[in-house]
Design a protein around this ligand. Structure first.
Ligand SMILES: Cc1cc2nc3c(=O)[nH]c(=O)nc-3n(C[C@H](O)[C@H](O)[C@H](O)COP(=O)(O)O)c2cc1C
Length: 141
């Protein structure tokens, strides 16, 4: 099995509510569990950033399906690389709205929190996106 990691950013359509996001998560956790896909979904001020990890074929197929999902648009793939081991193995799909953090949670993350998830910084330096996702993985439900 060839493991890959893939990170993309996107923008939710205006009508997406937090209950829509809960639906996405419920659906994702069930489906990802069956496919051995792990990862983390961040949301901030209408934008998503998601990392998907798993078998290359399964991750590519899911990414294709997610790209066609009408609940978001403006999808930009930042990163797709082979990996030897997972960084998000505990999450069938963790989620964090980093637009609504407690003061404690914000500490030390100001450079990330000041910019949108689809900021050009992440396109020119995708590793920054990985660092951001890593930074929040331990605070995720
Ligand atoms: C931002 C976002 C992230 C998503 N992440 C996942 C995911 O990790 N796993 C998943 O199965 N579906 C995810 N979905 C939902 C898929 O786009 C799709 O609706 C779902 O896989 C069900 O497809 P199906 O009806 O063809 O089975 C996500 C959707 C959005 C908008």
């Amino acid at each position: 099995m060839a493991l890959i990691t893939l990170i993309y950013v996107s923008s939710a359509v205006r009508s997406v509510t937090s209950s829509d996001i809960q639906d996405i998560l419920k659906q994702s956790r069930e489906a990802n569990g069956k496919k051995g896909i792990t990862g983390l979904l961040l949301f901030k001020d209408g934008n998503f950033m998601q990392v998907l990890e798993g078998d290359a074929e399964l991750v590519d197929a899911l990414h294709q399906k997610i790209s066609n999902d009408p609940r978001h648009g403006g999808i930009i793939t930042l990163f797709r690389e082979p990996i030897l081991q997972r960084s998000f193995s505990d999450w069938k799909m963790g989620f964090k709205d980093i637009g609504h953090l407690t003061e404690d949670e914000k500490a030390g993350h100001s450079n990330y929190l000041d910019r949108p998830l689809n900021d050009a910084v992440y396109m020119s330096n995708p590793n920054e996106a990985f660092i951001l996702l890593q930074a929040f993985k331990n605070t995720v439900r």
